[in-house]
Design a binder for this molecule. Sequence first.
Ligand code: NI
Length: 139
Amino acid sequence: MVYLTRIERFNAAHKLWVTEWSDEKNVEIFGKCSNKNWHGHNYKLYVTVKGKPHPLTGFIIDAKKLGKIIRDTVTDKLDHSNLNLDVDFIPQHLQPTTENLVILIWQQLEPHILAEGAQLHYLKLVETETIYAEYYGEA
Ligand code: NI
């Protein structure tokens, strides 16, 4: 089994906020990510697929095609968006945290990667220099 990783980037705004809580509690729990007037992050998404290299092409998946799948199904929708309001695959009741995003991104990507004959193995979503979330598709 061989693992191939493609990296794509997007920039987006969000706010972490629970409406049932007081302003003070939101600030206490979410810190700067609770800023009422939004803030942005420069996200970096690592998508790792696995499979056996094709005998003729040597590819697990055509890396150009993988990049296009990631952009068409995920990063073009997220880039320059408001993650709380704008993205069809992010439910509005869900906090747009890195942890939730990585699960939703997996759900978007997996069928397209399977259709190309490869398996999605791992996602890493980097939110800042010091925070990232990883996901292997488990519940
Ligand atoms: Ni934030």
